[in-house]
Design a protein around this ligand. Sequence first.
Ligand code: FAD
Length: 623
Amino acid sequence: MTPLAQRATASFGSALLPQELGGPATAQLVERVERYVARLPAMSRMALRAGLLSVTAASYLTTGRSLTRLDPDARERVLRRIAALGPDAGAAIEGLKAIVLLANGADAYAAELLDRAAEHDVARPDAALDVTASLDCPSVLRADAAVVGSGAGGAMAARTLARAGLSTVVLEEGRRWTVEEFRSTHPIDRYAGLYRGAGATIALGRPAVVLPIGRAVGGSTVVNSGTCYRPPLPVQQRWCDEFGLTLAEPDRLTGYLDDVEQTLQVAPVPLEIMGRNGRLLLDGAAALGWQAAPIPRNAPGCDACCQCAIGCPRNAKFGVHLNALPQACAHGARIVSHARAERVLHARGRAQGVRARRPDGTTIDVLADTVVVAAGATETPGLLCRSGLGGHPRLGRNLALHPAVALAGRFDHEVTAWRGVLQSAAVDELHAVHGVLIEATSTPPGMGSMVFPGYGAELLGWLDRAAHVATFGAMVADRGAGRVFSVGGETLLRYNIARGDAAKLVTALEAMGKLLFAAGAVEVLTGLPAAPTVASLPALQDLLARSSPKRLHLAAFHPTGTAAAGSDAQHCPVDPRGRLRGVDGVWVADASILPSCPEVNPQMSIMALALAVADEIVADRQV
Ligand SMILES: Cc1cc2nc3c(=O)[nH]c(=O)nc-3n(C[C@H](O)[C@H](O)[C@H](O)COP(=O)(O)OP(=O)(O)OC[C@H]3O[C@@H](n4cnc5c(N)ncnc54)[C@H](O)[C@@H]3O)c2cc1C
C-alpha cells in the first residue's frame, strides 16, 4: 500500500471506528484492511483506493482539515454528509464501510473462530482426489471428456462420465483446499482465497448487488451454506412445459434428485445444534402461525461452528469435493487445478478439447471430443464467447440472481447468531404466492458487521451489542433481468432488478420484520438510510412505503440462466439435452442451463440437471 493509500485508509478508519471511542488502534486497522485489499483484483483495489481518497478530499473541502485532525463527532458528520449526497454516494460509503468492517471483524474474531474449529476433531478426513496442479502436468493431455469447472455441476457430470468408463479430465481454475488449512488459516485469507476476485464481485445496477462466487476444487459447494432444496414441482413443470426442457420432466428429475440427496447425505438441521438465530425464526413463525422448519442440509456431523462460507474446518459440510469428485476419481477421473480454461478447441463444427492457462502463462491442452462446460453461470458465457462459440444472441443474458435482502433484530437477551448453524431454519409461508423464501442466516464470527448502522460512536455501540442481534435473510424468485459480458477478458455483470421483483423484496423485508418482532425483537435494523432502526412493525411498514428499492442493500449467491437450456432455438443457447447449439460435442452442465430462477437455493437443481446432461452424453457416445 502506498503511504497515500495508507493515510486514506487510516482517515476513513478513524471516522468509522474511532480509536478514542474504543475502536481498534489505527495502525492495526490499516494492517487489517491491507491484508484483505492486497488480495483484491487490481480494478477493485483501484476503485477502493479512489473511494478512500475521495473521502479524504471531501473532509478537506467541507471542513478545511483532514479527517484525522477532526474530533470523532466531526469525522462522523463528514461521513454522514457524504452519504447524504445521493444514492450513489451513499452506496459508495456503504461499500467502503463493508470492506473495512469485514477485514476488521474477521481479524478481531480470528482467534475465537480458529479455537472453535479446534474444539472438535474433523468429521471426516480429506477425500482421496487425483488432483495435479497444472504446472506439474504435461502440456498435452488426452481424454474422452474434458470438464471445465469442478463445482456442483462439473463434479456430478464428471462422476457419471467416469463411471461410464470415459477417461475424464476436470480443469479447475481454483485450487484444492485441505481441512487442515480450514482449521489453521486466518479467516480473511480463507475468504479472499476461496472466492473469485477475493469475494468482491458486484453486479452493476441500481442498486448494485454483491455476488460472491466460489473458486476452488469443489467450486461454490466448498463455501456454500449447505442448504438443500429440491426445485419446487411447479418450477420443474414450468421448465418442462414452457421451456421444453425434457430433462426436467418431474418423473425423470426425481430420480436424479434422489441420487443427489443420497450423495450429499441431506438431512434437516438438528434442533440441538441449530443455535438461537434459527430458533428465533421458528419462534417468530410459530407466533404468527406461519409455516417454518429446520433446513435440510448436506452437513452430516456438523457441530455448528458457523464457518461454512469460508470452508468447513471439520469437513462436515459435504461439498462435492468430499463426495462426487472422489467418486469420479475412484473411476479414473483426473483433476487439474490452477488451470483457467481459455477456450474450447473446435474445428469443422466439432469439439476437440480445451486449452487452459497455467499460472505462469503457459498453456495446457486437454484433447477430447467431448467437452462439458461447467464454469458457473457467470463464467460459462465468457468462456464460450472467447472460444468463438458465442454466436447465440441469448448467451450471457437471462441472468437471474435470486436476490437477497437481510433484516436484523436486536433482542434484550443474547442471540450470538454465530454460535449455531450458519443457515439453519426457513419460513416458506410466502413462497408459493410471492416467491419469497426466508432463511435464518448468520455469517462466520465477525464477518457480518455490515448490517450495523451508522459510523463512529453509533457503530461502535452496535459492535458492542452484536451478540444481541439476530439476522434473517430472504431471497426472491426473480426474472432473468441481468446479463454477463466480458471486457478485456474480465467478466462484468449487469443486473437491474425488475420492478415486480423489487416489490417482492419489500414484501420480504416486511415479513422478516413481522417475524423478528413476533420473536421478541426490541428493534429492527433496516439498512435504510431514512430510518436505520425502527421499534415497531407499523414504523417498519411506514418506512418501507416511503423508501425507494434503489436504496436496498442486495446480495445474491445463486446466479443462473445465462446459457438456458430448452427447445426454443431462438431463446435457448443450449438444447433440451444440454448440447450447446451450433457445435457438436460441447455440452453445458452448470447453473447456466437453468431456464429460470429455481426459486429455492439451487445446488440440488444444478446437480440433478448435470446428472441428466451427463447421462445424455453417455447415451450419445453409445449410439
Ligand atoms: C456463499 C454462497 C452460499 C451459497 N449457499 C447455498 C446453499 O446453501 N444452498 C444452495 O443450494 N446453493 C448455495 N449457493 C449456490 C451454489 O453453491 C451454486 O449455485 C452452485 O455451486 C453453482 O454450481 P455451478 O456448477 O454452476 O458453479 P460452481 O459450483 O461455482 O463451480 C464452477 C467452478 O468452475 C470454475 N471455473 C470458472 N471458470 C473457469 C475457467 N475458465 N476454467 C476453469 N475453471 C473455471 C470455478 O473456479 C468453480 O470452481 C451458495 C453460493 C455461495 C457463493
